[in-house]
Design a protein around this ligand. Sequence first.
Ligand SMILES: *[C@@H]1O[C@H](CO)[C@@H](O)[C@H](O)[C@H]1NC(C)=O
Ligand SMILES: *[C@@H]1O[C@H](CO)[C@@H](O)[C@H](O)[C@H]1NC(C)=O
Ligand SMILES: [Ca+2]
Length: 409
Amino acid sequence: MRITLVDTCALLSCCLLCVLAAGKVPTKPHTNSWRDLIFGGKWFSPSPRQRESKFLPIFAFVPIGPSSCAAPSGEQGNCIPSKDCLLRNGIPAGPCGGGYGVCCIFLQTCGGIIRENSTYFVNPNHPDVFDGTGSCQVTVQKLHPDICQLRLDLDMFSIAPPEAANHLCNQDQLLISGGSPTPTICGSSTGDHMYIDAGLGQSNPIVLSIITSGSFPRLWRIRVTQIHCGSISRADQGCLQHYTAISGRVRSFNYNTVGGRQLSNQDYSICIRNERNFCGIQYNACPDLENNRSRAFTISGNSNNPVPTIVGGGGGGGAAVPTGGGCISDWLLIGCIRSADRIPPLPGCEDRVCGGTFSAEAGMLAKTVQSSVRPFRLYFHTDGVEAPNDIDNRGFCLDYVQQPCTNGF
Ligand SMILES: *[C@@H]1O[C@H](CO)[C@@H](O)[C@H](O)[C@H]1NC(C)=O
Ligand SMILES: *[C@@H]1O[C@H](CO)[C@@H](O)[C@H](O)[C@H]1NC(C)=O
Ligand SMILES: [Ca+2]
């Protein structure tokens, strides 16, 4: 509701009215949201000291440029003059640049069109929860024909979880159309990200939709960054997720060791940029502080019981893979993995891994796994079925560390 008011105000350039209205609103308890900044009159009524400083140093350096700033509620914005912010339909979220600019943030919700870099797609009522049903969509227009990718940062993402039997996103889902294929996700994935290939030139716009049904206290704030074709922050082709550090953490969507459910119908790649002078990579299941037996890697089987590591594609028989065994329906694939503790290393290696224990060899013991296949990539696949054999699987969370070339890689 209030978003609409702000948008309308900005559209009609009647910001003066907003300011006047803001002045009349009694100061509410501080909840650290941009709404308070606008409607609570927090920064529209500057302290006498701030007011003075605005008129004092006429020839002083004015630090306004395309510099980024952080709004008190956590969004990243641009420090620009207040009138530019309102002209561009932005929301002034507090002073910056020593009081000469505003930290201008861009928000869009249902029905909105994204025309600015780093715009946030938020739920209606944001930062409060939204318990409505229907389809809430925003359209992303390229800022420039030379935009090849979008990065979506799920700053806040909590919509209804998948159903319990087959882990399908039947109630709520995030759908992305117009770009490269993306898996349908639901549940909670705060902190996760996605890259979407936007095609070359002025191609069709990309539409982000959150479809909701039934009651749930939904909350989302998705930052949409536009990436130039020549940018160093561009992800490699086909990488839904892309990481660029020597060490880090990768995990499946809706991962949570307590109530998270591995999502069905996933099929995507996670890429880790091979940093200079690093030739291999090691993975370990993340610590699980909530369960007696780690559920940080529970991809198939009934994870309420101990489930061993299962390796291989199955079907074909062979020494390591009993006929009919192996990872046929749900799996994580990492090129030629071996357990790191074997000296000398085992001659063979595995690609697919599933089950309920993270290792590169069948068994009940979680192990450090290593690979030197480049580029460093993980492929995650799940089918559309869990019940009756696969129960309460959480998905995966792995910590990775790249290995220097001198380290036997
Ligand atoms: C959008 O913003 C990000 C940083 O927030 C920047 O790296 C990127 O180059 C910008 N994209 C465009 C098209 O200006
Ligand atoms: C862990 O094990 C203890 C003792 O066997 C049990 O009492 C407790 O409920 C278990 N906790 C969880 C989270 O499974
Ligand atoms: Ca499955």
